[in-house]
Design a protein around this ligand. Structure first.
Ligand SMILES: [Zn+2]
Length: 555
C-alpha cells in the first residue's frame, strides 16, 4: 500500500515491491494470465518517472502523453499494485494498468541483467530510458531506436478486440526492446555503423532469449500452455508436450512475429552466412532453448518430477531462469568489438565455470547418476549441433600466452580508475603484442568496474572487469603495407579491443582479445564486411526494419 511511511531507510536499497503484469499479452484467456514481477522500490513521480525509467503513456485518441501515477493516494514512495481488468475492452483502455505493466516489465528486465551481472548498467541515452508506451504510430514502427536511444510502442487493430491493442501490453515485446537498450548502453560497438552482422544478430538472440525466458519463467503460464497441449499430466507428458510448452510459447510470442520461422526446425547449412541478423540469431536461440529442454527433461526424470502439471511447469521455469542467467552473465566475458558466436559460447562457459566450478546436473541431490549431464555439458552439446564448439574448460580463460605478467598497479585504483588499466597494459609488452596494439596510437579504456556476485555456495565472487578499444587510422598505403588491406578510400580506420577480468588478488584471470593490427584478422574482417555489403547493404540502420513485424502467430 502506498504510504509515506515507506521513507528511504537503511534497508531501502534492497526493498522490492510486487507488481502485476500480463504474463504474456492481452489474449491469454479471460481473465488474462497474470505474473507478478518484484521490482526495486523507488521514488516514482507521475509519468511514471523513476531513477532509471521515463515511461510516457498517451490515452487513446489524445495527442499528448499525460502523466500517470502508480500510487493510489499520490504518495511519492508508494507504488500500488492494481490487477488488470478482466474485461478486455476495459483492459485495452486502461492507461494506468498499461503504465504499471510497462514500468514493471522494463524494471524487471533491467533488474535481471543487473542482478545477474552484479553491477549497474547504464543506458546509451543518459540516466533514464524513455519509453513511449502508446505512441501514435503504427505497430510496425515499434522498437528501440538506435539514433534517439528511446523505445516506442505502436498499436494496432485486432479482430479479437473491440479497440486498438497497445503493443506494449505484450510482455515479451517490452522485454525484447529494453534488452536492445541495455546492450546498446553496455557495448555500443556491438551494433554501431562499423559493426559486422554478427553483432546485430547477437543483439537479436539475447533480446529474444530474455523475452522468451522471462515469459517462460512464469510457471502459471507454462502450466496453461501444457494443459492446452495435452489432456493429461503425469506420465503422459512426453517429448511433444514438453516441446509445445517451450517452443510453442516461443513461436507464439509477439516479438518474433509470424514472419519468423518455427523454432524446432532443422538447422540450415551455412546459417552463419545468412544475410539477415534475425535468421542467424534464431539458430543460436534454438540451441539455447534445446539446452533448456534437455535439462528440463532431466529434472523430470528424478523421483516426483512429474507429480503434477504444476511441478512440471515449475521445473521448466526454474531451468529456464538458470540458463538465462548463464547467458546474461556471459556478456561481461565478451569482447567490446566484433563478438562472434564462438566468443559467446566460450563466454557462457567461462563465466559459469567461475560461479560453478563443478558442472552439476539440475538435481544433484539424488546422488550420482551416470546419465545426468551438467548445465555446461548440455550447452556444449546443443551448440555442437549447430556447428559451434570451443576449447575445453581448462583453456577457456584465454591466457595461453599471457603468463608471468607484471602488475605495477595499485589494486584499489585498478578497480575504479581507467588510467590504472592503461598503466597495466603499457607495462606488459607481451599483452600489447597479443593484442597487436599500435604503440603510438591511443588506447581508450572504456570501463573498469568491480563486479560482485554471490555463488550458489554462498560465497561472494568479486572481480574487476575492464575493457578497452583501440582505433588506428591508416593511409591507403599504410593499410596495404602493414595489414595487406586494399581500399579505394584515402584513409581507413581499423579497430580492436579486449575485455580483461582480474580476480580478487588483482591478477588477470580472463581475457577476450580482438587484436588491432593483426593482418589476418583485419583482412578476414574486411572480406566479411564486403560480403555483407554486397548481400544486403551492410550494417542495418536499426534493429527492426519497418514492416518486419506482422501479425503474431495464431491471431
Ligand atoms: Zn530486436
Amino acid at each position: 500500500m502506498a504510504s509515506d511511511q515507506m521513507q528511504p531507510g537503511v534497508g531501502y536499497g534492497a526493498e522490492l515491491v510486487g507488481l502485476s503484469v500480463l504474463a504474456e499479452g492481452p489474449f491469454t484467456g479471460r481473465p488474462p494470465s497474470v505474473a507478478t514481477v518484484r521490482v526495486p522500490l523507488e521514488r516514482v513521480r507521475s509519468g511514471p518517472l523513476g531513477a532509471r525509467l521515463d515511461v510516457r503513456v498517451r490515452r487513446p485518441g489524445q495527442e499528448e502523453a499525460r502523466p500517470v501515477s502508480l500510487s493510489l493516494d499520490g504518495a511519492l514512495w508508494g507504488i500500488d499494485d492494481v490487477p488488470p481488468s478482466e474485461d478486455l475492452e476495459a483492459l485495452l483502455a486502461d492507461s494506468r494498468f498499461l503504465a504499471q505493466h510497462v514500468y514493471g516489465v522494463a524494471s524487471d528486465t533491467l533488474q535481471e541483467f543487473e542482478r545477474t551481472m552484479g553491477r549497474r548498467l547504464s543506458w546509451a541515452s543518459g540516466h533514464r530510458l524513455q519509453i513511449d508506451a502508446y505512441a501514435p504510430v503504427d505497430f510496425r514502427e515499434t522498437g528501440y531506436d538506435p539514433v534517439s536511444k528511446a523505445i516506442r510502442f505502436g498499436h494496432r487493430a485486432d479482430p479479437r478486440a473491440p479497440r486498438h491493442v497497445p503493443m506494449a501490453l505484450y510482455r515479451d515485446l517490452v522485454a525484447h526492446e529494453v534488452t536492445h537498450a541495455i546492450l546498446d548502453g553496455y557495448r555500443p560497438r556491438w551494433a554501431d555503423a562499423k559493426a559486422l552482422l554478427d553483432g546485430f544478430a547477437l543483439h537479436e538472440a539475447i533480446a529474444d532469449l530474455t523475452a522468451m525466458l522471462s515469459v517462460f519463467s512464469s510457471a502459471g503460464r507454462v502450466e496453461q500452455m501444457l494443459s492446452a497441449a495435452g489432456p493429461k499430466a503425469g506420465r503422459d507428458i512426453d517429448e511433444k508436450i514438453l516441446r509445445s510448452g517451450l517452443f510453442g510459447l516461443a513461436d507464439g510470442l509477439f516479438s518474433r512475429g509470424a514472419v519468423r520461422r518455427p523454432l524446432d526446425r532443422s538447422v540450415p547449412l551455412e546459417w552463419q552466412l545468412d544475410p539477415e541478423p534475425h535468421a542467424r540469431g534464431e539458430v543460436v536461440v534454438q540451441a539455447v532453448l534445446n539446452t533448456v529442454l534437455s535439462l528440463w527433461k532431466q529434472r523430470l526424470d528424478y523421483p516426483g518430477g512429474r507429480a503434477s502439471r504444476y511441478q512440471i511447469a515449475e521445473s521448466g521455469a526454474r531451468v529456464g531462469q538458470q540458463v538465462l542467467r548463464m547467458v546474461l552473465r556471459s556478456l561481461a566475458y565478451l569482447p567490446p568489438v566484433d563478438p562472434t558466436w564462438t566468443d559467446l559460447l566460450r563466454a557462457i562457459l567461462a563465466s559459469d565455470l567461475v560461479m560453478m566450478p563443478e558442472d552439476a546436473p539440475p538435481r544433484p541431490a539424488f546422488g550420482a547418476d551416470g546419465h545426468a549431464k551438467g548445465y555446461r555439458e548440455t550447452l556444449r552439446d546443443a551448440f555442437w549441433d549447430i556447428d559451434l564448439s570451443t576449447d575445453p574448460d581448462a583453456r577457456l580463460d584465454g591466457l595461453d600466452n599471457l603468463e608471468g605478467l607484471r602488475y605495477p598497479v595499485r589494486l584499489s585504483a585498478l578497480a575504479s580508475d581507467p588510467e590504472e588499466v592503461n598503466r597495466f597494459i603499457w607495462a606488459n609488452p607481451r599483452l600489447m603484442r597479443a593484442m597487436d596494439l599500435d604503440e603510438e596510437a591511443g588506447v581508450r579504456v572504456e570501463r573498469v568496474r568491480p563486479t560482485v556476485r554471490v555463488a550458489p555456495d554462498g560465497f561472494v565472487v568479486s572481480e574487476i572487469c575492464a575493457s578497452f578499444v583501440q582505433e588506428v587510422t591508416l593511409t591507403r598505403r599504410e593499410a596495404r603495407d602493414r595489414l595487406g588491406l586494399r581500399t579505394e578510400a584515402e584513409y581507413i580506420t581499423v579497430r580492436g579491443g579486449a575485455t580483461l577480468r582480474f580476480d580478487e588478488g588483482g591478477r588477470l584471470c580472463f581475457a577476450a582479445l580482438k587484436p588491432v593490427m593483426d593482418a589476418q584478422r583485419q583482412r578476414e574482417r574486411a572480406e566479411t564486411a564486403h560480403a555483407e555489403r554486397e548481400a544486403g547493404g551492410g550494417a542495418p540502420a536499426g534493429f527492426h526494419t519497418s514492416g518486419e513485424r506482422e501479425d503474431p502467430a495464431g491471431s
